[in-house]
Design a protein around this ligand. Structure first.
Ligand SMILES: CC(C)(COP(=O)(O)OP(=O)(O)OC[C@H]1O[C@@H](n2cnc3c(N)ncnc32)[C@H](O)[C@@H]1OP(=O)(O)O)[C@@H](O)C(=O)NCCC(=O)NCCS
Length: 191
């Protein structure tokens, strides 16, 4: 047999396997006072799947999904960085390295704008982590993206999420229907 396809580099990788692409090459890291925003890793699946299996967390996000679907969603968020050049981060609490959520920028095909989105595991609610990470995502967005505004699409009954949007200075701008579900579009103009 001729040359091997085995990669020459053996850094920590996106999949945990030996590939040539590292997390850091795909997703930039951002630090806040209490949180590290970083790319998802294969070993995040247990925590990510647990978050996606929690009916309280998924109440306004289309309902719970199983481990396989949770993996696909995690992969979609990593792939979004490659396709769009920006995306969402895995949010790790610096104090103990625990994955507390997924927060960042999101614009799949058909979306009405660049969304800043937030989702925390239940045990991390009530600490201000969503606001802290979303604020860092927004700062990153203003610096890196040429957009006049960021949006958040929020279920009309998702009070906790609307409170995050309001703390961030967003205002209700319009409505949008996603998968047959009406959402309020909150908007934040570039300062
Ligand atoms: C939406 C969601 C991220 C909000 O979480 P949260 O913990 O309420 O939001 P934050 O992390 O910003 O924390 C703010 C809360 O922590 C409290 N808090 C405690 N310590 C704090 C601190 N140091 N700094 C700021 N807030 C603090 C605040 O008083 C606030 O509580 P309140 O809203 O009852 O007044 C969470 O409910 C969630 O993950 N929901 C499921 C997923 C979802 O629906 N996502 C949104 C889709 S649009």
């Amino acid at each position: 047999m001729g040359g091997s396809l085995a990669p020459k580099r053996h850094k920590r990788t996106l999949t945990g396997a030996s590939t040539a692409v590292t997390h850091e090459q795909v997703v930039p890291q951002v630090q806040t006072r209490r949180l590290l925003l970083r790319g998802f890793r294969a070993e995040d699946l247990d925590a990510h799947a647990a978050m996606d299996a929690d009916p309280e967390v998924m109440r306004y996000m289309g309902g719970v999904v199983d481990r396989e679907e949770s993996w696909r969603r995690m992969a979609t968020h990593v792939g979004h960085w490659v396709l769009n050049g920006y995306g969402t981060w895995a949010v790790e609490r610096k104090a103990d390295g625990v994955l507390v959520g997924r927060i960042g920028l999101w614009k799949p095909e058909g979306w009405p704008g660049v969304e800043v989105g937030w989702k925390l595991v239940r045990h991390a609610w009530g600490n201000g982590y969503a606001t802290e990470a979303a604020r860092a995502s927004i700062e990153w967005g203003w610096e890196m993206l040429d957009v006049p505004a960021l949006i958040s699409l929020i279920h009309p009954q998702n009070d906790a999420s609307m409170r995050v949007a309001e703390r961030l200075g967003m205002h209700r701008a319009s409505h949008h229907t996603i998968n047959g579900q009406r959402a309020i579009v909150f908007e934040l103009a570039r300062p």
